[in-house]
Design a protein around this ligand. Structure first.
Ligand SMILES: CC(C)(COP(=O)(O)OP(=O)(O)OC[C@H]1O[C@@H](n2cnc3c(N)ncnc32)[C@H](O)[C@@H]1OP(=O)(O)O)[C@@H](O)C(=O)NCCC(=O)NCCS
Length: 209
């Protein structure tokens, strides 16, 4: 059956090019994961805050390497795009991901964490901003971001990276202590455009968690 409209992001656009690296300032860069990140990745997932919000732990270096291998495959499969945030010496400071890619609609979901020692330096918002600009340049139209209403630090990342608040999905994600209400944000490539359906469009709400 033929599709009546073309894909927003042409399949093969990503897989046909090397995964880019971005400078975030202060000697910090966003770059593809390597096996050398395995010890830092395992240590990051021992942090209670990362365990709480990402609902995962890494039991061994082999598990960390397997996760890195899966994240690296995501680029060629055009399913999930994963970057490490690292300092000039290569030490792991965080993670930035675009997951749940839908090339037809040009949509992806942003995910991130920073290690405890690197928090409060604006690294997560800088990483989200850099990847958002790149994603819009390669054709993505809408980036989504979601966090628990009990995670105000993540809400600040969304606000600082220019993601408008869209609303709350009640009981939408399972955490260790049960299902959480999830606050949703989005940033559009053509933010500021005239609305397609003015009568139906409602203004986005300010972040209130
Ligand atoms: C949320 C998180 C990604 C923010 O990353 P970051 O690189 O510290 O981002 P910022 O420096 O911009 O800080 C964002 C907010 O975190 C809070 N914060 C600042 N310093 C902090 C610290 N040392 N420890 C914890 N939170 C801190 C502040 O509320 C800050 O907002 P502000 O700039 O208005 O004061 C990071 O705290 C984290 O990884 N937390 C655990 C995992 C997580 O929550 N992931 C997101 C799931 S949706």
């Amino acid at each position: 059956m033929a599709e009546l409209v073309a894909h927003t992001v042409v399949p093969g656009t990503l897989a046909g090019t090397p995964q880019p690296t971005f400078a975030l300032g202060d000697g910090v860069e966003l770059r593809p994961w390597t096996d050398r990140d395995a010890p830092g990745l395992r240590a990051a997932y021992a942090d209670p805050a990362i365990q709480r919000w990402h609902v995962r732990e890494i039991g061994s270096l082999d598990e960390a390497r397997e996760l890195i291998a899966a994240w690296r495959r995501g680029w060629g499969q055009e399913q999930r795009l994963e970057w490490a945030i690292a300092d000039g010496a290569g030490a792991l400071l965080g993670r930035l991901a675009l997951k749940e890619l839908v090339l037809f609609d040009g949509i992806a979901v942003v995910a991130y964490w920073t290690v405890p020692a690197a928090r409060g330096r604006g690294l997560a918002p800088r990483a989200v901003t850099a990847v958002s600009h790149w994603a819009f340049a390669v054709g993505f139209r809408r980036l989504e971001l979601e966090h628990s209403t009990l995670n105000p630090a993540s809400c600040r990342v969304a606000e600082k990276a220019g993601f408008d608040a869209e609303g709350t999905r009640l009981g939408a994600a399972l955490h260790a202590d049960g299902h959480h209400d999830m606050h949703t944000h989005a940033r559009l490539a053509d933010a500021g455009r005239p609305p397609l359906h003015p009568a139906r469009d409602t203004p986005t709400k300010a972040c209130s968690v």
